[in-house]
Design a protein around this ligand. Sequence first.
Ligand code: IMP
Length: 434
Amino acid sequence: MSSLIVVGCQWGDEGKGKIVDYLASQADYVTRFQGGSNAGHTINVGNETYKLRLLPSGVLHRKKLVIANGVVVDPAVLLQEISDLTGHGYAPDLALSDRAHVTLSYHQMLDAAEEKFKGALRSGTTLRGIGPTYTDKVARYGIRVCDLLDAETLKQKLTQNSILKQKILTSVYESDSRVDERQLLDTCLRFGKELQPYVADTSIVLSNALDNGKRVLFEGAQGLMLDVDHGLYPFGTSSNTVAGAVCTGAGIGPGRINGVLGVVKAYTSRVGAGPVPTELTDEIGSRLQEKGKEFGTVTGRRRRCGWVDAVALRLAVRVNSLSTMALTKVDTLGGFSPIKICVEYELDGRRITEQPAALREYSNCKPVYEEMEGWPDLPPSDWASIAKKGYSSLPTQARSYIERLEEITKVPAKIISVGEARNATIHRSEVWPG
Ligand code: IMP
């Protein structure tokens, strides 16, 4: 048996889709275990670009796909994705957890109303209803995939929720949104019918797969800094994005996890609100944004860019037990010199090496940088031939940068990505455990 978890080590958008797609070719199962349709995983195959929000990125390798219980599933998005991919010849072989919670239209209405109400404390959500769905789960108002298959339970829950959500929307948030119970019931029954062939107890599916010696890849969504416990609260998402979430989110015990790979972008990007210590609001930040095509996959918003933050990376190493890193977008940093790495923060005249919990303190942290010489800006064809030749053909300065990040994090960067294409990837050594 072999299992490998892939997690983001920054603010999401580290390039996990490409790395998971790359590793999925060597896996038997690819599993999503948290998040929902707030995720946007971009994969380029030939001239086609696929943007996945719920289906695991292994779909393009025709692997067994699992959407486990920890994911919040918007059935409309999932059914659309299944239909689109089937149309492109990639009909998904999917197991959808009967215990996963579903995102419905009132969750999206509440997401918008809550963001408006929060004002300066809003996190700039994707407005996909993620927070309200997880809120309902924890408050025990949630509707699960298994409920979509049971008309009586569904009606009982929808009646209760429609009354409650309408009251909250109208009286608390002064919103004009209308919750239509009848329409919700019809829609949910249709969702149930269409999703039924995929519904399974995915904890058993995964446990059997591991018992039978299959390779299982767990695909994280978002990134460490958006984790509801370990990230920048309240500016993150509503799920745990760290490796430990696989246990609760997929129903497998910690003893069944063999390795954790952290995806790190060679610089920082962030979509949404809240402080980012290494953000560059100058011309370098704009160039990074343009060169890296940093626009949100789900919302199309411009991503804020800056230098890599090793304080956050150290946290990622600690809370995830990273065994390996995949470093992405090394090609994008070409042409920038000097390149900076934030190694510590300065807070109220003191040097600190770990992130403070309090938002006010975090907002006041100033990055302390180390500078390194940059490498040339090369055309994609040069990066592709470097990838073919291997690690030693990377520009010396790029290798020094990678090795400095390895030194700081004490984790080997076994995969280096130097372009969007599948083959623009340097595989330095085996990442699959065992
Ligand atoms: P939510 O997950 O839609 O509730 O959004 C909460 C915060 O997480 C916002 O700042 C979003 O911009 C951010 N976020 C959510 N999903 C992603 C993602 O996949 N990539 C990057 N940022 C994300």
